[in-house]
Design a protein around this ligand. Structure first.
Ligand SMILES: C[S@@+](CC[C@H](N)C(=O)[O-])C[C@H]1O[C@@H](n2cnc3c(N)ncnc32)[C@H](O)[C@@H]1O
Length: 223
């Protein structure tokens, strides 16, 4: 994991940052763009059923929800800071958007009574470069994921970029993820992926699939 360099940003300034990204940039040209979901989709199809509750955290304008709906999934949720990204996704879904519950929110403030069977995060957790934010995120994950549910995490790999969208990012290998989550999760599998950005750059990702094994969320002292 890389050393945090940035100062903790207030939630509103982070929201403004991402809102500007989606208002000012061509959505098909952002570095994380995928025409079709890859490892995330494969692993979700392999480990869940279409009737199960799936949440995509920091969904942006990702094609994952479209791909899951095509596969018959209908209990989808998406949490995203940028309203513009949510509106663009809803428009693209063209009539199928009612199959997705959209929350325009910081994941660190997310609250719901729902318990998810799979929590997906591609390129969001790695923006949390401060330990206090990471603990808060893991607390949310623990609270909202059902026992036996899956955490599918995709982050930059240690040989990947150190900055994305002008923000510092952390990077993870299996050891670093185990160190963060070993108390409550068991590692099911990992994979590396070379993501080629729309401008032809190589961004190395690591994917991790973990399963929640223990019961109550721990009191980490973080609120
Ligand atoms: C690099 S993009 C990845 C988008 C999407 N997951 C994908 O794979 O295409 C990161 C996304 O996470 C959102 N995001 C960043 N921090 C967030 C937070 N704390 N809570 C909710 N969304 C967040 C951003 O607005 C952005 O859409």
């Amino acid at each position: 994991m890389t050393t945090p360099r940035s100062k903790l940003r207030p939630s509103s300034s982070l929201q403004n940052h991402w809102e500007l990204v989606y208002k000012s940039q061509n959505h098909a040209q952002v570095s994380w763009h995928q025409k079709h979901s890859t490892t995330s989709l494969d692993w979700i199809l392999e480990h869940t059923k279409p009737s199960q509750d799936i949440i995509d955290v920091g969904s942006g304008v990702s094609i994952l929800t479209d791909n899951l709906i095509e596969e018959g999934y209908s209990n989808l949720s998406a949490v995203e800071l940028s309203e513009s990204a949510i509106i663009a996704t809803q428009k693209r879904l063209g009539g199928k958007e009612s199959l997705v519950r959209f929350y325009c929110q910081n994941i660190l403030d997310f609250e719901t009574d729902q318990r998810f069977d799979l929590w997906h995060d591609r390129a969001v957790f790695h923006f949390l470069t401060h330990e206090s934010e990471q603990k808060k995120y893991i607390n949310k994950l623990n609270t909202h994921l059902a026992i036996g549910g899956y955490f599918l995490l995709a982050t930059f790999a240690p040989d990947g970029p150190t900055i994305c969208s002008n923000l510092d990012v952390a990077s993870y290998d299996e050891k670093a993820v185990r160190a963060l989550l070993a108390d409550d999760f068991r590692m099911i599998k990992t994979a590396s992926e070379d993501h080629i950005t729309p401008t032809g750059k190589l961004h190395q990702f690591n994917y991790f699939l973990l399963q929640k094994i223990s019961t109550p969320p721990k009191n980490t002292g973080v609120v």
